[in-house]
Design a protein around this ligand. Structure first.
Ligand code: GLU
Ligand code: MG
Length: 438
């Protein structure tokens, strides 16, 4: 059948959903600066597609303007429609004033403040786990070569899509759960890292769709099984791009800057969870013994820490200063990467401004610390429900102040609406709804 190629301009919104509007690709030039029209209330569409309440009603207009750096164009060679989309900034109708609820604008402002106030830049990479429906389950598949084989064309078509889509895949592996895979990408500057996370999720969906299957990044796919995490790796550079996170003379190799930055993140982590783990099911993942994160602790090479100091490969030619990075583990794919990273940057910057001392890593299960020791280390249990996390955000005056007022009000309204939508469903039905949504 004949076709006229379509191009979409999208935003990854408060629900972590990618929504947008399109036009025939042949008129792309006309849309580069004016983008597409956008409606404030669109930000109040929950991940389930319903609007519970909105501060904006049917009023007002915005523009969603594509960023050329995010152009994602992948022809799968199957004679079907190519994937062609941009991510954009939501601005007012003057085409340039950022709208306070735009997640990309929120991250850009945080990164600009990190540069202006601390002379530092963020380098980040989002590590994703997801479940692919096209791999017939076979006992013993965890990390199995046969698990990759049974996934058929998916692994290689996905890697192709990522590479062609400019997302720069680094590793792909069969994870522990049934049909679960993990993919990592090269680290890059903060804005691009969040953009890549969004593009990666869409390209995974696009690949699975073309193979007659689905992927889900939902934090919990089966309440009895391991969850899907999104681990946010981060480090700092100076404004010349020189690594600024590693200092072999200091404990655990953490520079003073990354120590303060990480202390800021840990100090505000309960509030951060409202944005980094923002679904009702996220809190079934953030429990002890699930290899995710349950406490506000820094761990040294510990895969259950809130933030983990990642290993350094001490092989010849591997520069430790360029490798050194930490991993924020209490995130999942219900989060909009831009909002999540923006909040991490704000918390880290607060730690830098307050010159917080580097946190002391725990060496054992933080759940076994005495109350005195936990208090000395400043370690608390993470929120145990989305409602608790939203309350933690409201109770943390610094963290709630990092969001422009309209964003905070809308975000809390949006998330409380999502909780309301689930009130009559059983836990398994809730799992199923999130599995479909993400
Ligand atoms: N699946 C785990 C999570 O929910 C992570 C396992 C790992 O360390 O990669 O975060
Ligand atoms: Mg993993």
């Amino acid at each position: 059948m004949n076709r006229l190629p379509l191009t979409m301009v999208c935003t990854c919104d408060l629900a972590g959903q990618v929504r947008g509007k399109g036009f025939p690709a042949q008129v792309l030039e006309a849309h580069r600066s004016k983008g597409v029209g956008w409606t404030p209330t669109n930000s109040m569409i929950t991940c389930f597609g319903q609007i519970v309440s909105t501060p904006f009603g049917p009023r007002n207009d915005l523009m969603l303007v594509p960023d050329p750096a995010t152009e994602t164009h992948v022809d799968f060679g199957d004679h079907g429609p190519a994937e062609h989309f941009f991510l954009g900034d939501i601005v007012h109708t003057d085409g340039k004033t950022p709208w306070d609820l735009c997640p990309r604008g929120f991250l850009k402002a945080a990164l600009a403040d990190l540069e202006a106030k601390a002379g530092l830049r963020l380098v980040a990479a989002f590590e994703h786990e997801f479940v692919y429906s096209g791999q017939p389950p076979r006992l013993g598949d965890s990390y199995g070569l046969d698990g990759v084989r049974l996934a058929g064309a998916f692994p290689e078509v996905f890697l192709y899509a990522l590479e062609m889509g400019g997302v720069r895949p680094e590793t792909f592996l069969p994870e522990y759960g049934a049909g679960q895979f993990e993919v990592t990408v090269e680290p890059c500057g903060g804005l691009e890292a969040a953009d890549r996370a969004v593009r990666l999720r869409e390209l995974a969906r696009a690949t699975a769709y073309r193979l007659g299957h689905r992927v889900t990044f939902a934090p919990i796919v089966d309440r009895r099984a391991v969850g899907n995490g999104v681990h946010i790796h981060y480090s700092l550079t100076d404004l010349q791009g020189r690594p600024a996170s590693y200092d072999p003379a200091r404990p655990f190799g953490m520079s003073a800057a990354i120590g303060s930055f990480t202390a800021g993140i840990l100090a505000h982590m309960p509030a951060l969870c409202a944005v980094t783990a923002p679904s009702v099911m996220s809190y079934e993942r953030l429990v002890p013994n699930r290899w995710s994160a349950a406490y506000t602790n820094l761990g040294y090479r510990d895969r259950e820490a809130g933030v983990r100091i990642c290993p350094l490969w001490e092989v010849e030619g591997a520069d430790p200063a360029r490798q050194f990075n930490l991993e924020y583990r209490a995130a999942d794919a219900a989060a909009c990467p831009h909002l999540a990273l923006g909040m991490l940057v704000r918390a880290g910057l607060q730690g830098l401004v307050d010159a917080l001392p580097a946190p002391e890593p725990t060496r054992s299960d933080p759940g076994t610390l005495s109350p005195e020791e936990a208090a000395r280390l400043g370690i608390v249990r993470l929120p145990q429900s989305l409602d608790e996390a939203l309350q933690a955000l409201e109770a943390d005056s610094a963290a709630s102040g990092w969001m422009p007022d309209d964003l905070r009000t809308a975000y809390l309204m949006h998330k409380r609406g999502e909780i309301l939508l689930l009130k009559d469903f059983s836990p398994d039905e809730i799992v199923d709804r999130y599995r479909q949504a993400y």
